[in-house]
Write a protein that binds this ligand. Structure first.
Ligand code: G6P
Length: 610
């Protein structure tokens, strides 16, 4: 995905662009650029690389005295990262920044090339700019040009557009990609995400699908597809500027790891009724709804899918509802059977992931009820699902998710308890116990785990010289192992495999050599003996073993080289403590290796292409 921003008003636009883009970098950081009006002229400055590269260019060629500008930070899809492919793109009288993907850009490009349009880049965005310019040449009306050009585009987009001769005006449209408008004391803004605008204002208006807006220093006008005008629906966000800053931590990831105990409380407490029982009525979901759920299909990508793998255990164990977990990008190609009573649950921190959105739409087309577990409010997935539960983790800036995943898991735990209670599978007492464990035991246990930095760093030291690492676990610990391996891979670039502990011996054990690091997770008491046997198998082949284990299991000294003991105040406390340990081990490893922890190479926080 990419990040876009824009401003028009009475203040200097460039500092606002740079500040906002630095916040939006989490959405992509292959290249960056701005277009700024100065009187009737518009200057474009763009380059491959991060915001620092653009700052350097601007030091040599400053753009001063601009009060109207658009900016972009890119995660390359069509065309590699290069100066030419960086946004903004100019075509004739149109200058444009884009987040999304124009699926039919090849046909459109060929058609425009036949008309004599020459293209400078390989991007779909330049084609979009050229098409709008083509329509503008006919109508001379920006709104009409945008409307007729976008009517021919397939895919997802949010555009910020400047037209030559329209001084102080920025035009925007969104379909499928997120876009918000905002108003401050000194002008009007657009951005992919409100966090980019928190340094300037907290008053925002979420753009709806296919709406076109015209921003000018004197106000915002929004037009529906039939050209009627609607008044902007201004709201005030509860986010503060601090929530999008590092707050004294070296990295956003570390800050977000530390925010987890509170994030769990924030995601669980709105779902606790007056009597202490699970209650989703504030989300518009009553006990009757849960009673009608006969099976669940969880669909998500990456870490969100891993949260689903924890969820499946809880929902099946507590609520006895058959549950399956699907990788969103695969969901439609092997259409799962959806008998009556099926509920499709999509999970997405960003609410924008294209594969998850496509799966959600597939379920809806098939008439199946859908529920979204989403963090970013008013995003496409949140809006399109029949029902939504927000995780309230607050803005997550680090590309590698921590509190996003953690709150998804806690909401799934509450859903499992809600279904189990609504269907009479668990008593009031047991349901209250689950709620209390999430509200009290989990945050306390996670806090306790946060203070073990030295231990994590010591374990990390044992990983940094290795090319391959293994995580093993059984049951829920296998699901945790998958998330652990993903965390380590994405931020430290060390190859790591997650294995069901019992499966390793069926082939992969051949990769274990003297010194190979193996990290074993054991949060389930009943499964420890078997996991311990698997640890013995790898230890006898020379593996260096770290055991992350419940503290109430007596572990022999010779079982592992390193031991991390987990609090056992409740099952949930143990699982979330293990999660915190694996996140910190990944963080410390990447830190020792000097990796760019918040912006790992090639990744984007959310991927808005399929
Ligand atoms: C990207 C990120 C992952 C994330 C996945 C799903 O691939 O790099 O960290 O888990 O998207 O994101 P979502 O916003 O849908 O939870």
């Amino acid at each position: 995905m990419c990040g876009i921003i824009g401003y028009t008003g009475t203040s200097n636009a460039l500092p606002k662009m740079m500040k906002g883009l630095s916040v939006l970098e989490y959405r992509g950081y292959d290249s960056v650029g701005v277009a700024a009006q100065r009187g009737k002229e518009t200057e474009i400055m763009k380059c491959k690389g991060r915001i620092g590269a653009l700052e350097e260019k601007l030091r040599d060629h400053p753009i001063e005295g601009s009060h109207c500008a658009i900016g972009h930070t890119r995660w390359a899809t069509h065309g590699g990262p290069s100066d030419e492919n960086a946004h903004p793109h100019r075509a004739g009288e149109v200058i444009l920044v884009h987040n999304g993907i124009i699926e039919n850009y090849k046909e459109l490009r060929a058609e425009l090339a036949d008309k004599g349009v020459a293209f400078l880049s390989e991007t779909d965005t330049e084609v979009a700019a050229a098409l709008i310019n083509d329509c503008y040449a006919v109508s001379r009306d920006p709104i009409k040009a945008i409307r007729s050009a976008t009517a021919r585009m397939k895919g997802a987009f949010a555009f910020g557009i400047l037209f030559d001769g329209h001084v102080g005006e920025v035009y925007v449209i969104r379909r499928g990609s997120p876009l918000i408008l905002a108003r401050g004391a000194d002008g009007y803004y657009l951005a992919s995400d409100m966090t980019a605008l928190l340094p300037f204002t907290r008053e925002y208006c979420a753009m709806k699908e296919n709406e076109i807006a015209r921003l000018a220093p004197d106000g915002v006008r929004i037009y529906l597809s039939d050209q009627t005008e609607v008044a902007p629906d201004w709201k005030t966000t509860t986010m503060t500027p601090e929530s999008a800053q590092k707050g004294g931590y070296d990295h956003f990831m570390l800050k977000e790891i530390h925010e987890q105990p509170q994030a769990v409380v924030k995601s669980v407490s709105p779902r606790v009724g007056k009597t202490g029982l699970p209650d989703f009525s504030s989300d518009g979901i009553e006990a009757d709804f849960w009673r009608g759920v006969k099976s669940i299909q969880i669909v998500a990508c990456g870490s969100a899918m891993h949260a689903g793998l924890v969820g499946i255990r809880l929902i099946e164990d507590l609520a006895k509802v058959p549950t399956t977990v699907h990788i969103a990008s695969e969901y439609r190609y092997h259409p799962p059977i959806m008998p009556d009573g099926t509920l499709v649950v999509v999970i997405s921190q960003s609410g924008e992931t294209a594969d998850t959105l496509a799966a959600l739409r597939y379920a809806k087309e098939n008439g199946v009820p859908t529920l979204a577990i989403v963090n970013a409010v008013e995003t496409t997935i949140a809006r399109e699902a029949d029902r939504r539960i927000y995780t309230y983790a607050g803005p997550e800036i680090a590309v590698a998710t921590t509190k996003g995943y953690c709150t998804q898991a806690s909401v799934l735990w509450m859903i499992a308890a809600a279904i189990a209670h609504a269907t009479g599978r668990i008593s009031d007492e047991k349901a209250r116990e689950v709620v209390q464990s999430l509200l009290c035991d989990v945050p306390a246990a996670m806090e306790q785990m946060l203070s073990r930095e030295d231990r994590y760093r010591k374990i990390a030291r044992g990983l940094i010289d290795h090319e391959h690492v293994f995580y093993i676990g059984r049951g829920v610990d296998y699901a945790l192992s998958m998330e652990a391996a993903l965390k380590l891979k994405e931020i430290s670039y060390i190859h790591c495999e997650a294995y069901a502990a019992g499966e390793l011996k069926h082939g992969t054990i051949s990769l274990i050599e003297p010194g190979t690091p193996v990290l074993a997770i054991s949060t389930e008491k009943d499964l420890f003996d078997k996991t311990e046997s698997n640890i013995r198998e790898v230890r006898s082949r020379g593996a260096q073993v770290t055991l992350i284990c419940r503290s109430d299991i007596p572990v022999h000294q010779e079982t592992a080289d390193e031991l991390i003991s987990l609090p056992v105040s409740s099952d949930a406390a143990t699982v979330f403590s293990a999660l915190l340990a694996i996140q910190c081990i990944a963080y410390e490893t990447a830190s020792l290796l000097g990796c760019d922890i918040d912006r790992p190479r090639n990744l984007a926080k959310s991927v808005t292409v399929e």
